[in-house]
Design a binder for this molecule. Structure first.
Ligand code: C5P
Length: 239
């Protein structure tokens, strides 16, 4: 995991299998990881995961499960059986939900001969700021709540969390260097902010200790997505 390429997860936020596969083809090997989220998955179902795996890519299936523990456990097992290398649940679903989801994911990997998936929890969405949390009834800052939820995820036996790059250092300090932190809200110096609120550049996020960077629109909404991916990888090297 030393190459920038192994730490960059490109978010395939498109609406069909055709668009997803065309986007990957245009990348001509520039990527090692892609992310399939609710947008693409709700259009294609799990078959797209298998197709991406056939292209030699690793897949983060970002479906952010949040339901009763038994339902999440089955969903996690199905997600792993589809071939996903990384899956996630919402930490706000609670410790039992996270623990049962992770156990089911690991059992499903064993049963289907897949390597053990990275199971992580979403802490606080990077599109949410302090006022959004206050409206939901939380008194903590996004940083405080993310750290608290990361500790809950660790206690539930998860491999790591999704969090803003602003929270990585505190999360690693409390939960140890091996606790994986995946950071969206990454904006290369040349990219627009979009709806993300807690952002950092690729080099800043790696400098904070992030293990994986999730980058979507700065790559796929660019006029030349492959050039944007290569430029992002270059910025990661500047860490
Ligand atoms: O286009 P952009 O780089 O903002 O895309 C970020 C991706 O990461 C989106 O697919 C979004 O769903 C996802 N994500 C996020 N914040 C989280 C978890 C996932 O932005 N906390």
């Amino acid at each position: 995991m030393n190459q920038p390429k192994d730490k960059l997860i490109a978010a395939l936020d498109v609406d069909s299998q055709e668009e997803a596969m065309a986007a990957v083809e245009r990348m001509e090997g520039a990527l090692a990881w892609v992310k399939v989220g609710a947008r693409l998955f709700s259009a294609t179902g799990p078959s797209v995961v298998g197709l991406l795996k056939q292209q030699g890519l690793k897949v983060f299936l970002d479906l952010k499960f949040h339901d009763i523990p038994a339902t999440v456990a089955s969903a996690c097992a199905n997600a792993v059986a589809s071939g996903a290398d990384m899956i996630n649940v919402h930490a706000l679903g609670g410790r039992a939900m996270m623990a049962e989801g992770a156990a089911a994911a690991r059992n499903a990997a064993k049963a289907s001969g897949h390597s053990s998936p990275i199971v992580i929890a979403v802490t606080v969405l990077t599109s949410m700021g302090p006022e959004d949390l206050r409206l939901l009834g939380f008194n903590q800052s996004p940083e405080e709540l993310a750290l608290h939820l990361a500790c809950e995820a660790k206690a539930a036996g998860l491999d790591g969390v999704v969090a803003s790059a602003h929270e990585v250092a505190a999360i690693k300090k409390v939960n140890g260097p091996d606790f994986v932190v995946v950071t969206p809200g990454i904006r290369p110096a040349w990219a627009s902010v979009d709806d993300q609120k807690r952002i950092m550049t690729p080099a800043q996020a790696l400098g904070m200790g992030a293990d994986f960077l999730v980058v979507g629109r700065p790559i796929f909404a660019a006029a030349d997505p492959k050039a944007a991916a290569l430029q992002t990888l270059k910025e990661m090297e500047e860490e």
